[in-house]
Design a protein around this ligand. Structure first.
Ligand code: PLP
Length: 386
């Protein structure tokens, strides 16, 4: 008998739709599908690296990360945590993976947002758990409502993943809803996993964190989005004291340590030396958001959800489905006919159906041309805006 090589845990785990769509795009396409800012790594960081790199010992670091960096992350977190509670990881992705591997038992449930970041479901499943979604609704601008989480909580609920500002909608969760939820999580001993990779990218009030209101949390963050440093693979996880050792043990077995060179530059960045460029880029993202919104109004007849954070915008194609097919079919047609990459809402769960996610992290001329092509695809003539 031939034994299958593939583990059961990996069965049904596919490359995400998001990746599949991006893989079909070539360099002639206008890409509004990107999950990263178009800005380069801040110059101050690169200069620091150039000046110092020859003096650095770039061997392994302690598994949990350079102590000074852990201390700095703890100080900057705004939480009452010690350096020992920080594990420096290979991006937020590894932080999520490590966190779920450490807390989930077979059959435990983890609540994930729908629509939400596609990796959550697969990671929960690989960690042996069951991913159950809580809906985020259009009538609330895809923001969190306590009641919609509450009704999905069962005896088996071990954790809930929260992501504010949210990928894909750009929604920011209100402090009021987070506080209500926090009470329930405390009562039911449910761990809050707060994915805060977009927390510094906001256009209104600074997004709150559930970690301000619960004792049991795992905060996940990285330099990827806020510092335009996706490829440096530098993130971290803040864990309660009783979980910090097991977290470091799993992390050691998986990756040994985060890239030391990235830890060295993270120390420089988090000390504040790249703050000016970071803030400048976030202001530029605000301009691009405003441009994207006015282009959708000018070139299309579609509605959109105004993003309060991130660099993503959900545009509503629900009314187009009868004629053009579901969000995946629309996205694929836009790619083949107009050479513009968008991500179908379906890629983020059933709750995203009827929407396309466009990224305004692309350069302004691409944002305008991409949205013009979307309007052209739907046969809409550009409008003059007042
Ligand atoms: N969490 C969310 C919500 C994301 O959108 C992403 C990347 O797109 C990640 C985590 C992973 O980030 P990192 O590059 O730090 O691994």
């Amino acid at each position: 008998m031939v034994k299958p090589f593939l583990s059961e845990r990996m069965q049904g785990i596919e490359r995400t739709l998001l990746r599949q769509i991006n893989d079909q795009a070539d360099s002639s396409c206008i890409n509004l599908g990107l999950g990263e800012p178009s800005f380069p790594t801040p110059k101050s960081i690169l200069n620091h690296l150039k000046q110092k790199v020859e003096d650095w010992n770039l061997g392994y670091s302690p598994n949990e990360g350079i102590q000074k960096l852990r201390k700095l992350i703890a100080e900057k977190s705004g939480l009452e945590v010690a350096a020992d509670q920080i594990c420096v990881t290979v991006g937020a992705e590894e932080a999520l993976f490590t966190a779920l591997m450490v807390i989930m038992n077979s059959g435990d449930e983890a609540l994930i947002p729908n629509p939400g970041f596609p990796a959550y479901e697969s990671i929960v499943k690989i960690a042996g758990g069951i991913a159950k979604s809580y809906q985020l609704y259009r009538e609330n601008n895809f923001s969190l409502k306590y009641e919609h989480v509450k009704k999905n909580i069962t005896k088996k609920t071990k954790a809930i993943i929260l992501n504010s500002p949210n990928n894909p909608s750009g929604a920011v969760y209100s402090s009021e809803e987070l506080m209500k939820l926090a009470k329930l999580l405390e009562k039911r001993s449910i761990i809050a996993i707060s994915d805060e990779v977009y927390r510094d990218i906001y256009f209104e009030e600074r997004p709150d964190s559930i970690a301000n209101y619960v004792r049991n949390y795992l905060v996940v963050n990285s330099l990827s989005k806020s510092y335009s440093m996706t490829g440096w693979r530098l993130g971290w996880c803040i864990a309660p004291p009783e979980l910090s050792k097991p977290l470091a043990n799993f992390h050691q077995l998986a990756v040994a340590c985060a890239p030391k060179i990235s830890q060295k530059v993270a120390l420089f960045a988090l000390k504040g030396f790249a703050e000016k460029e970071k803030m400048h880029n976030i202001e530029e993202l605000r301009r691009r958001r405003d441009l994207a919104m006015s282009c959708v109004e000018k070139y299309t007849d579609l509605e959109y959800v105004k993003p309060s954070g991130t660099f993503y915008m959900f545009i509503d194609v629900l009314s187009k489905i009868p004629k053009y097919g579901n969000s995946l079919e629309i996205s694929l047609s836009l790619l083949s006919k107009e050479k513009v990459v968008t991500i179908p809402g379906l890629a983020f769960g059933k709750g995203g159906e009827g929407y396309l996610r466009i990224s305004f992290a692309s350069p302004p001329e691409q944002i305008e041309e991409g949205i013009r092509r979307i309007g052209h695809f739907f046969g809409v003539r550009p409008r003059k805006l007042q």
